[in-house]
Design a protein around this ligand. Structure first.
Ligand SMILES: Cc1cc2nc3c(=O)[nH]c(=O)nc-3n(C[C@H](O)[C@H](O)[C@H](O)COP(=O)(O)O)c2cc1C
Length: 202
C-alpha cells in the first residue's frame, strides 16, 4: 500500500491544512503500519511552472539527458508517484479564493492526457486514474458554504473536485476547516480540533 502525502501551505507549523493532513496520514499508518508514505512539501520544495520541456517528459522514462535537470526529474516523478499511489492525502489552503500556485504546478504534472485521462471520440473525457482514495484536508479563513454570502467566490474545493472527477477519482473524502479567521480567529482552535478529529476517524 502506497500513500502520497502532499502539503502546499506556506505557513509551516502554524498551517491548519498541514495539521489536518498529518492527522489523516497518522490514521492511515495506524490502520496499516506497513503503508509506504511518500511526502511532498510543495512549499519548501516547489515544482516550477510547467513549460513545454517539462511537459514533454511527463509519462516518459527519464534518460541520462535529464540527469542534470532536477526540476524535470521532480516533475516526472510527481506523475509517477501519483500514478503509483493507492491513497493520496493533500493539505489544501485557500489562497485568494483558490489553491496555492504550488499545488497548481503539481496538478499540471498529474493531469496529463494519455496518462491520467483521455479524450474520447465523442468529445467526452475518460478518467484513467481510478481506484485511488483521495483525501483533501482543506483550510479557509472565511466561510463559503452553500447559502453563505461568499459561496460563489469559492474556487478551491469546487476546482479540485472537478480535477479529481476528470481523472477518474470516485473515492474522494473532504475534511474542511473553514471560518478559521472569522470572529477574529476566536473559533480557530475548535474548528481545527474538529477537523483533526475527523481526520483521525478516517
Ligand atoms: C496568501 C493568502 C491568501 C489567502 N486568501 C484567502 C481567501 O481568499 N479566502 C479565505 O477565506 N482565506 C484566505 N486566506 C486565509 C487562509 O485560507 C487560512 O489562513 C487557512 O488557514 C490557510 O491554510 P493553512 O493554514 O494550511 O495555510 C489566505 C491566506 C493567505 C496566507
Amino acid at each position: 500500500m502506497k500513500l502520497l502525502h502532499i502539503d502546499s501551505s506556506i505557513l509551516g507549523d502554524s498551517s491548519a491544512s498541514r495539521h489536518v493532513s498529518a492527522a489523516a496520514v497518522a490514521q492511515f499508518r495506524k490502520k496499516d503500519p506497513s503503508v509506504e508514505v511518500i511526502s511532498l512539501d510543495l512549499a519548501s520544495d516547489p515544482l516550477p511552472h510547467l513549460d513545454v520541456e517539462a511537459l514533454s517528459w511527463l509519462g516518459k522514462d527519464l534518460t541520462p539527458d535529464v540527469s542534470g535537470r532536477p526540476e524535470l526529474i521532480a516533475g516526472a516523478n510527481a506523475l509517477k508517484d501519483f500514478k503509483a499511489a493507492d491513497i493520496v492525502v493533500i493539505g489544501v489552503p485557500m489562497y485568494n479564493l483558490s489553491i496555492p500556485s504550488q499545488l497548481k504546478a503539481w496538478i499540471d504534472r498529474i493531469m496529463v492526457a494519455g496518462q491520467t485521462f483521455r479524450y474520447t471520440s465523442g468529445g467526452g473525457i475518460k478518467g484513467l486514474a481510478n481506484g485511488k482514495k483521495v483525501v483533501l484536508a482543506v483550510a479557509r479563513g472565511g466561510l463559503y458554504g452553500e447559502g453563505s454570502p461568499a459561496a460563489s467566490f469559492e474556487h478551491q474545493l469546487s476546482y479540485l473536485k472537478s480535477v479529481f472527477a476528470m481523472i477518474g477519482i470516485t473515492d474522494l473524502t473532504v475534511i474542511e476547516a473553514e471560518g478559521l479567521a472569522t470572529n477574529g480567529g476566536a473559533d480557530r482552535a475548535r474548528i481545527l480540533s474538529d477537523a483533526e478529529q475527523k481526520a483521525s476517524a478516517l
